[in-house]
Design a protein around this ligand. Sequence first.
Ligand SMILES: [Zn+2]
Length: 206
Amino acid sequence: MIARELGHAITLFVNPSQVISGNDYWFSRFDALVDGRTVRRCNFQGVAYQLDHKEELRTFRFAVRPQLLVATEAEAQWLLDEVEAVLGAGEAQTGEHARSLSRDEFDQLCEAGVRIGNHGWDHQCISALNAEQQRDSIIAAGDWLRSTSKQPVRDYAVPFGIERLHPDARPACSGTVYQVDSGLPPKAADPSSLFRLNLTPTLQET
Ligand SMILES: [Zn+2]
């Protein structure tokens, strides 16, 4: 909204699943659980972690994260229920800034002239999906976003931006496909794709 008030052109890539369910993204809930831990050590899937050691906390995060990345929404929440239990983080709350977009906020952003893009039905990494599932995710999200925003909605940003779409799924997106900048030259994205710049590392430094 601030960017719109300042006159910037904005495209927001949206997952209908989280707008409809109101559920937090797994990465937001996961961060909240880790931050809200009440134990100094834990045992997860047969491995012990000393969580007040920065390096081991990081190792714990990277033991869980790859499983969450490819999990379905339901599987991710089950896994996080387990994480919540081993971390004693039942009181953890997701920060307001990390909450999923509500339907009201979505409507307000559309009214403010924000252009809507397709981010797939939910945020599951597309490496977990076959060509047909990738296509279904793009089509279902596109249909919902078009009818809800009354906008054309053509472009698609791959969740996490790392994996490439299966060639058989590519026609489901009639616009541009956005990957995340991998440090490769722009031409390394295939002709119908573009790299988007990931600001996360810059933000984490500040
Ligand atoms: Zn995303």
